[in-house]
Design a binder for this molecule. Structure first.
Ligand code: FNR
Length: 323
């Protein structure tokens, strides 16, 4: 991926405004008698089998350009400050342009906690191993983005090896592997196939936030927005997976505020990934960004209190209506 394209993605994603999505149609029932104090609320959970203090993480974005280096430097300091897992942007560029490696290594230099590498499924097992070892990642994510590739003039056109590569990486990497979409949502058909490849963790990464169809349409000036028809809203993707027992499910795509996190957890997600929300923080001074994340955590606790539950596992008891 070229450095210019990386910077285009950042600039265009930043220019998009928040929009309404299906989380707005899910209404939770609160209580005025929670019988709890703020101090009782415990937000800790597990992320890909590892203990974490909060049910959200910095999701995949960037690497490979000077601007990407600065963003990764800033966000990895935030990740370290709060002990949040951080997913890197696609590391595929490392294999074409070795000078890009530092923009990924900076994440491990700043962050002692959980780092998840990120590759596309063209990468072989050997490349996946290099991606992980370069940044001493604790896990690896593989992104599926067929539509994004097809709407890019310079994108991939041959997807024959993707399933084989995923299967081989899951089997031999010896680290947790999470398969994610990039904001258009994993379809049930994709998920059924993913399961046969041995995958245990998925991030549905649905629509309702950043859309790579819209980003690529803006870049190329050819309007492919009608292909958003294929997208699956994040809340809908979680509802579709309500009876799923074999996979641990993560939610991203259009997580705009703490209430979207709580709704995702109620709908069955283990934790939530936020990209655009964290990208917007990079415009702030570090102290101001820290304050925003502190407020986010505090507001998660306030919502738990409104719902009358003290731990994330108790969210299962919360009733909701879809309007
Ligand atoms: C992304 N996303 C992404 N995903 C991925 O797996 N590898 C990548 O390299 C990138 N690159 C990237 C760049 C930028 C600028 C953005 C905003 C996003 C997709 C991201 O991880 C997530 O799936 C979507 O952005 C949806 O989440 P939000 O933005 O609605 O919170």
């Amino acid at each position: 991926m070229s450095k210019n394209r990386k910077d285009d993605h950042i600039n265009i994603a930043k220019s998009f405004k928040k929009k309404s999505n299906m989380f707005d149609k899910i209404l939770l029932e609160g209580t005025d008698l929670p019988d709890l104090s703020m101090d009782d609320i415990d937000l800790s959970t597990e992320f890909l089998g590892m203990k974490v203090p909060y049910p959200f993480y910095i999701n995949a974005m960037t690497g490979g350009s000077e601007k990407a280096h600065k963003i990764n430097e800033f966000l990895s300091k935030i990740a370290d400050h709060f002990n949040l897992p951080m997913v890197t942007g696609s590391q595929s560029i490392m294999f074409k342009d070795p000078s890009s490696i530092d923009s990924f290594k900076v994440i491990r230099n700043n962050h002692k906690g959980i780092i998840v590498g990120n590759i596309n499924p063209n990468m072989t097992l050997e490349q996946a191993q290099v991606a992980v070892s370069t940044i001493q990642a604790n896990a690896l994510s593989i992104h599926l983005n067929v539509i994004q590739e097809l709407v890019m003039n310079e994108g991939d056109r041959d997807f024959r090896l993707w399933s084989n590569h995923i299967e081989s990486v899951v089997k031999h990497l010896n680290k947790p592997v999470i398969v994610k979409q990039v904001g258009l949502g994993l379809s049930l058909k994709t998920i059924q196939k993913i399961k046969t490849l041995g995958v245990k963790y998925i991030d549905v990464s649905g629509s309702g936030g950043t859309s790579f169809i819209d980003i690529e349409s803006t870049r190329s000036a050819k309007d492919y927005s009608y292909l958003n028809d294929f997208s699956i809203d994040t809340a809908q993707a979680l509802i579709n997976l309500k009876n799923e027992k074999d996979l641990e499910i993560y939610a991203s795509g259009g997580i705009r505020h703490p209430l979207d996190v709580i709704k995702s957890l109620i709908l069955g997600a283990k934790a939530c990934g936020l990209s655009k929300w964290f990208l917007d923080l990079t415009d702030l001074e570090f102290a101001a960004a820290v304050k925003k994340v502190e407020e986010f955590i505090e507001d998660l606790k306030k919502i738990m209190l409104i719902l009358g539950v003290s731990s994330l596992k108790d969210l299962k008891q919360v009733t909701y209506n879809i309007v």
